[in-house]
Design a protein around this ligand. Sequence first.
Ligand SMILES: N[C@@H](CCC(=O)N[C@@H](CS)C(=O)NCC(=O)O)C(=O)O
Length: 184
Amino acid sequence: MTLTLYSNPRSRSTIVRWYLEEKGLAYGLHPIDLATGEHLQPAYQNVHPFRKLPALEDDGFVVWESGAILLYLAEKSGEITDGQQRAITAQWVLFANSTLGNGLFLAHLREKEMPRLLGDLNTWLDTHAFVMGDAFGVADVAVGAMLAYGPIMAGLNYEAYPAVQAYSQKLAERPAFQATLGSR
Ligand SMILES: N[C@@H](CCC(=O)N[C@@H](CS)C(=O)NCC(=O)O)C(=O)O
């Protein structure tokens, strides 16, 4: 076992677990207790200098930030194979973790940003089965996770955006989702 995910069910480590399960990669969990502040202790600061979850260790190599971890695993699993694909995948992962996440979860942005972002995403998904085309991939984990957290964390619903709602439902039916984010 070379991959160790520093995790807590109430953190974005669950997004990484979803992708690990999708790819069938063997991994171990190193649970970190957020409630007792275990992540704030010096031992964990040696892993993640900013003392946040998640972080991933691969045979002594450490990477943190959930989006960077997803991109690392997409390369490792062979999903990303060339530079342009890497750029477009990073585009969607960064969009999910910054633009979309902020628009959905930062209260001062939501009123202005959420209708526009979800409206445009709805238009995109009207003609794309998955965000990068016909095949499910890591970009769908990043975007799908933000959409899945919407109802859980902010009471959002996507009724006004039928293609977004259908996409989110389609992702939620995946066994790897149900074993991870869907059972949190
Ligand atoms: N943008 C970061 C967010 C990291 C983050 O804020 N993690 C939260 C859990 S989801 C955390 O560690 N919170 C504990 C704290 O800030 O003390 C990522 O995607 O990895």
